[in-house]
Design a protein around this ligand. Structure first.
Ligand code: ZN
Length: 309
């Protein structure tokens, strides 16, 4: 079975062909320019490859309501030129195969659930059918995979913009253009840079009060970050009841954050929820697997599901 996968982003589109087992046979990266030029280059990649279906994980916001005339469109994105762009029917017409669209983070959650934490890792033994994928980078997005299904509801979850309690030492106003100090506004990469005037990857991990702190004022940077991420994870546990929470994205390239997040998580949860998953944060709050391929692999899963819908 040859399936097509397309991951769209603000700077690049990743196209791939592969099979239902997650084996990728061909791949190309196309820079995101105008919709016309970019979609044409994607069609060119897939033409002649005889894919049976295409799965798309896209940046948004998206309309995923099949009863709406806007279904399959990127709606009101700040990305110049891309508002109200149909990214489903042009491919259905050009490639003559079914197309299934979902959000980029839902695709990543699906990829982790099917090929990552579901399939053999320590967390995967418990986490296959109920998994959250949280990406913390330029923005914060959450893919929700519960009881074997991606969650949509009226539109799709936007759990990166939940509200969290302030760290006692944080006076930063917040970076979210809509809410200022929502979770994304306080904990995304741009929020870290906005708070300290320095990019997160340049801020060292120093113990609080350490003599070695290289940048004045950043000593608590990671404590603040872990404080917010842990609260979000508590909220996600309470609202979605996942069996594992996978944290990915650029900010999470700091492995030192994980024990700090788990420690705050235990403190905030305070034994309220008692089950084998949440009581073991080491296997409950875990790093992404799949070397950044969870999105494109999730798109292969979307393509497969398009054949049976
Ligand atoms: Zn927000």
């Amino acid at each position: 079975m040859i399936l097509g996968a397309l991951e769209t982003g603000g700077t690049k589109f990743v196209c791939a062909t592969g099979d239902e087992n997650g084996v990728i046979s061909d791949r190309a990266v196309i820079p995101t320019t105008s919709p016309e030029e970019t979609l044409e280059a994607v069609k060119k990649f897939f033409s002649g490859k005889r894919i049976e279906a295409l799965g798309i994980g896209s940046f948004g916001p998206l309309c995923l309501d099949k009863s709406s005339p806007d279904y399959g469109h990127i709606t009101s994105t700040p990305k110049p030129g891309w508002s109200n762009t149909d990214i489903v029917s042009p491919f259905e017409k050009a490639l003559g195969c079914p197309v299934r669209l979902d959000t980029d983070v839902n695709a990543a959650a699906l990829g982790e659930a099917v090929f990552g934490h579901a399939s053999g890792s320590a967390a995967g033994k418990t986490g296959s059918d109920n998994l959250l994928y949280v990406t913390i980078g330029t923005g914060i997005g959450v893919g929700v995979y519960i009881d074997g299904h991606l969650l949509h509801g009226a539109m799709h979850a936007e759990s990166g913009h939940i509200f969290v309690a302030r760290h006692p030492d944080d006076r930063y106003e917040g970076k979210c253009p809509f809410h200022k100090d929502c979770f994304e506004g306080l904990a995304s990469g741009p929020a870290i840079e906005g708070r300290f005037g320095i990019r997160g990857e340049l801020i060292p991990f120093n113990a609080p009060g350490s003599e070695n702190a290289s940048f004045t004022g950043t000593e608590k940077a990671w404590d603040i970050e872990a404080y917010y991420i842990a609260q979000a994870c508590v909220n996600y546990t309470l609202c979605y009841s996942p069996k594992v929470i996978v944290l990915g994205g650029g900010v999470m390239n700091h492995p030192e954050l994980f024990p700090m997040i788990r420690s705050y998580y235990k403190r905030f949860m305070n034994n309220y929820v008692k089950n084998p998953y949440t009581e073991n944060p080491d296997s409950y709050i875990v790093p992404a697997t799949l070397s950044g391929d969870q999105g494109i692999l999730g798109c292969l899963c979307l393509a497969k599901s398009a054949l049976t819908e």
